[in-house]
Design a protein around this ligand. Structure first.
Ligand SMILES: [Zn+2]
Length: 97
């Protein structure tokens, strides 16, 4: 899995590939083909999980969902972690970008 470092801009997170606005100040806005997973540090339940990735998450094996995603997903996937602007961290996983 690749790690994407992005400075969020006015609370907006855009897809690095197609530049659709995925997250705005109110949460999830538009979902593009590349975005497969959105989770937060607030809960283990993802807000978006197109590929049912969370079903294989074992809390006994990993500290949190991010550790699980980083260890289990291959380089077709990229994760973007935004902790800059919100009280909770947001995790976005993109595929084939
Ligand atoms: Zn996209």
């Amino acid at each position: 899995m690749k790690i994407i470092n992005v400075e969020s801009n006015n609370n907006l997170i855009k897809c690095p590939k197609c530049f659709l606005i995925n997250i705005d100040e109110n949460g999830i806005k538009d979902i593009c083909d590349h975005l497969v997973f959105v989770g937060t540090s607030h809960t283990d339940e993802p807000e978006l999980d197109k590929e049912n990735l969370n079903s294989k998450y074992d809390p006994d094996k990993f500290d949190d969902v991010v550790e699980y995603l980083k260890s289990e997903l291959d380089d077709n996937y990229s994760i973007l972690i935004d902790s800059s602007t919100r009280q909770i961290d947001a995790y976005l996983v993109y595929k084939n970008i």
